[in-house]
Design a protein around this ligand. Structure first.
Ligand SMILES: [Zn+2]
Length: 415
């Protein structure tokens, strides 16, 4: 066996068992703490709500475990079991082997197969779990309409991008990775610009916030924080789910604030103001830019790594592929990269949690910390987020600090 095959199998076995072990720990920990609301939340969260959150978390974690196993099997199927080689050969009978069209066909096939494997899982999540816990508002027709729109959007946006990448790989010389990176950055910036006005409206309706009191409050908050925005919108998220949220979207002065209608219905105006102050904190502390710089830096390093690896004959052979083409190199690389990058996950989560604390601190300065704490409790309740995650699972995966820590910090800033 080639050493790289062994390294890949070892990394896959380790990361898959680590994922399963963390999930199992999490489910057990949550179940063990199911019958007692943590002391910090007693009186604020009912025992029945706490139990519902526990059951919901366990149900989601279980499906996640099955997905982890299926993903590992699919990866082995594409690589060592010869799936990718088979697809490459099969398309070779249809279009000219090694041409751009062949490359695009192979890549699109892999994307479609992966998406098809994902559909039953999303259906189970929406119509099984979300429905069982009373969160789902989506009809089967809407689910498939969304799927069709996503597929069409993926084709319109993704296929030209694959063409450009393959063309640059073939024509741009030894520095192709730099040009692909520039194209990728440009594409991402363009996506950020067109997302709020072109893409998001394909899936949801956005109406200007009509509530005058709330509007006044938010405008005063924005003025206080020195923040300019191109509008305040309410999104009809209730047609899919009863979970609540708020977000900022767009770039530069074209930034928009989007509130889920479920959030507007559930939170009091001062609480919504506090949630938005938290989001403003992410902007003011430049979290969005920092994250983008990090992502762009990582993608440059990845592309450079790919440029080196794809010149090594063993890279293909060790992963079950005989046909050395730009398309198979791209696919193999981006299939196996997450396996080797898994140990970096806690670092990314730590970085994200630090940003959340900073945004909370900003919100406590520019709005009312007590309102934010009250809003968070309602959101934990509505989203049935567990208040008792397994500590190790949380360190590994959680982008947001555990509820207990977050609320405790807010309370010390608001005696
Ligand atoms: Zn945040």
């Amino acid at each position: 066996m080639h050493w790289f095959t062994a390294a890949f199998l070892l990394a896959l076995a380790l990361s898959t068992s680590a994922r399963l072990w963390l999930a199992l720990r999490h489910a057990r920990y949550v179940a063990r703490n199911r019958d007692a609301v943590p002391p910090d939340f007693s009186g604020r969260i009912a025992l029945s709500t706490h139990r519902k959150a526990a059951d919901y978390t366990v149900a989601k974690t279980r499906v996640g475990m099955i997905e982890t196993m299926v993903a590992a099997a699919l990866l082995l199927g594409f690589t060592l079991a010869g799936g990718l080689q088979w697809l490459s050969d099969a398309w070779g009978y249809v279009v000219a082997d090694g041409g751009y069209l062949h490359g695009v066909a192979v890549i699109v096939s892999v994307v479609l197969i992966s998406a098809a494997v994902d559909v039953p899982f999303s259906m189970y999540r929406v119509f099984g779990i979300e429905a069982r816990f009373g969160f789902n508002r989506m009809s089967l027709a809407l689910f498939f309409a969304d799927l069709a729109k996503q597929a069409a959007l993926g084709a319109v946006v993704g296929i030209p991008l694959i063409f450009v990448a393959l063309w640059l790989m073939a024509r741009a010389g030894a520095m192709w990775w730099l040009y692909v990176w520039l194209a990728w950055m440009g594409f991402n910036l363009l996506l950020m610009i067109v997302f709020p006005t072109v893409i998001a409206p394909l899936f949801n309706k956005f109406s200007p916030l009509s509530d005058a009191e709330l509007r006044g409050r938010i405008e005063r908050l924005l003025a206080r924080c020195g923040f300019r925005s191109k509008g305040l919108f309410v999104m009809d998220s209730s047609k899919r789910s009863s979970h609540g949220n708020a977000y900022f979207t767009g770039l530069g002065a074209a930034k928009r604030i989007v509130l889920f209608d479920t959030l507007v219905a559930r939170l009091a105006p001062p609480e919504i103001e506090a949630v938005l102050a938290h989001e403003l904190g992410h902007f003011s502390r430049r979290h969005v830019w920092k994250r983008m710089v990090l992502l762009f830096g990582a993608s440059l390093a990845l592309l450079w790594g790919l440029a080196w690896l794809m010149q090594q004959g063993w890279f293909y052979a060790a992963l079950g592929v005989r046909t050395q083409s730009d398309a198979t190199a791209l696919l193999l690389f981006f299939m196996i990269a997450p396996v080797f990058a898994f140990p970096l996950r806690p670092l990314a989560s730590f970085y994200s949690r630090r940003h959340e604390f900073e945004a909370d601190a900003y919100a406590a300065r520019h709005a009312d910390a007590g309102d934010l704490a009250r809003a968070l409790v309602k959101l934990y309740e509505d989203n049935a987020s567990t208040l008792t995650p397994d500590p190790l699972h949380s360190v590994f995966y959680d982008s947001h600090p555990p509820a207990v820590l977050r609320i405790a910090r807010l309370q010390t800033s608001h005696p």
